[in-house]
Design a protein around this ligand. Structure first.
Ligand code: SAH
Ligand code: SF4
Ligand code: F3S
Length: 470
């Protein structure tokens, strides 16, 4: 049987696109596999937001070349943002790649899969043994086909970005804003719920700038409409831009119980001159005001952010201001990056800061941020949290990893629970015994089918088993 393996790098845009590809492939008769060595088509959905994302994608392509060597009929497909950026030179850099689809060619990729399927059906032989040459691990991205893939759905509400931050490649590879009609978004959310999604993430690069072209409905209106869907378990959204965080949205967020209590609001840096040169469209004072509004309407929510250090022109004082802001706000999580010049963006042409300085600033920033992250996790110690399963822990497959609704990783030994049970009852209750910077660890007590559903405890299951034995 023809099968497809899809590996995803980058942000939720790509997650959403990979789910689209998986759905199109299933509809054409492919099995979606989590094992590249079994696949007749390997899809790499790439990112190019920083130089290391680009390097990693080329590394993965070279890695998959072995599949092709073992079985020339395997097709290697590259799509996503790097494919868009390097469309013309990819064939030169990686000649074994069979097809390259840019970010606007997803529907064409779906069509091509359908066409290829018939050819694969005629040539159906299993070359698995030869293909085991390929190491299934080793720096891979997320893949769509695992046992828990259905529990999370990423629904695009807006493609592209028109904000043109001076460091950012996204508008160049994804194009300008394109908001989808609410009817289409709701239909896709309904399909995701039917397929068993327990958490829907509405995604867009500045998702809270959403406006429906025809009706003028805004993002708060969209949230209300999605939250009202029958069968919806949990709802969340990524990524918001500070400029578009309004009092109406703040009030709506505080009023919708289906929303996960977490808000990602990238600040990037804590100094006005740098924010201006980044073209972020807000000042530090604006950002503080938004946070005050947020804390008032959504108390106890996790606030998370993105930060860039060593942006061209960042002085010691600018950097100290970022440190101070992070210490003042105390983010529950922050993604921190050293500025990485991207071809074709304005900041790439400016005077650059030496990498050693960038790395040193990143280290100092992480020390401040991590203290607050750890404290957020410490608050959970001794409590029982309900978290949505992700999959076996990468470090120890006897443990299961899950995410709380405020997006904290929790890990617990699987014990007598089975993965098959968790695929059906994907909410797990974990008693948190330990807190770390990366998340929490504890004991798995029970499972539930729905976020607000009844917990089934391990001892209750043991009783049922005993009754069955009599
Ligand atoms: N649309 C989102 C972020 C998209 S990219 C927003 O506006 O916040 C995700 C994060 O990558 C950004 O928030 C930024 O912190 C980081 N990033 C983007 N381009 C970068 C670059 N050239 N160098 C380093 N970090 C970058
Ligand atoms: Fe990039 Fe800025 Fe658009 Fe975010 S808002 S995607 S950082 S250009
Ligand atoms: Fe990367 Fe493209 Fe997202 S560049 S961060 S995958 S929009």
């Amino acid at each position: 049987m023809a099968s497809i393996y899809i590996e995803t790098f980058g942000c939720q845009m790509n997650e959403a696109d990979s789910q689209y590809i998986a759905n199109r492939a299933s509809a054409s008769g492919y099995a979606v596999t989590a094992d590249a060595a079994q696949a007749t088509v390997v899809v790499l959905n790439t990112c190019t937001v920083r130089d290391n994302a680009e390097k990693r994608a080329y590394g993965r392509m070279a890695h998959f070349k072995a599949l092709k060597a073992a079985n020339p009929s395997v097709k290697i497909v590259v799509c996503g943002c790097l494919a868009e950026q390097d469309r013309d030179r990819m064939q030169g850099k990686a000649p074994y790649v069979d097809a390259v689809f840019g970010t606007r060619d997803l529907a064409r990729l779906g069509d091509a899969l359908a066409e290829w399927h018939d050819a694969f059906a005629e040539d159906d032989e299993d070359l698995t043994e030869q293909r085991l040459l390929v190491d299934p691990l080793g720096g891979r991205g997320d893949c769509v086909g695992d046992a828990f893939a259905h529990v999370r759905a990423f629904v695009n509400v807006q493609r592209g970005c028109s904000y043109y931050c001076t460091y950012c490649i996204v508008p160049h590879v994804r194009g300008r804003f394109d908001n989808r009609p609410i009817g289409d978004i709701l239909a896709e959310c309904r399909r995701a719920i039917e397929r068993g999604a327990r958490e829907i993430t509405l995604v867009g690069q500045t998702v809270n700038a959403y406006a429906e072209p025809a009706s003028g409905a805004d993002f708060a209106d969209l949230l209300v409409a999605v939250a009202a869907l029958d069968g919806l378990d949990r709802l969340t959204f990524l990524t918001s831009h500070p400029k578009d965080y309004t009092a109406k949205l703040a009030a709506t967020m505080g009023a919708l119980p289906q929303l996960n209590p977490r808000f990602h609001l990238p600040v990037q840096c804590g100094s006005d001159p740098i924010l201006r040169r980044m073209n972020r469209k807000y000042t530090v004072a604006n950002y503080r005001d938004k946070i005050a509004l947020f804390r008032e309407t959504c108390p106890d929510w996790a606030l998370t952010t993105d930060l860039i250090v060593a942006f061209p022109g960042e002085s010691d004082d600018d950097f100290e201001a970022t440190l101070a802001l992070c210490d003042e706000i105390g983010f529950a999580q922050a993604f921190m990056f050293v500025y990485s010049p991207r071809r074709g963006t304005p900041a790439a042409l400016w005077d650059q800061i030496a990498p050693e300085i960038g790395n040193e600033r990143l280290r100092r920033l992480a020390a401040v941020v991590d203290r607050h992250v750890r404290a957020w996790h410490e608050r959970k110690r001794g409590t029982v949290v309900r978290a949505l399963v992700q999959g076996p822990s990468r470090k120890d497959p006897a443990k299961i990893a899950a995410k709380t609704i405020d997006n904290v990783t929790v890990i617990a030994p699987l014990g007598s629970f089975s993965q098959a049970e968790l695929a059906v009852r994907p909410w797990i209750d974990v008693r948190v015994d330990e807190a770390f910077t990366w998340g929490c660890a504890g004991e798995l007590l029970a499972t539930a089918e729905r976020y607000d559903g009844a917990a089934r405890r391990v001892d209750a299951r043991a009783t049922i088993d005993l009754i069955a034995l009599r």
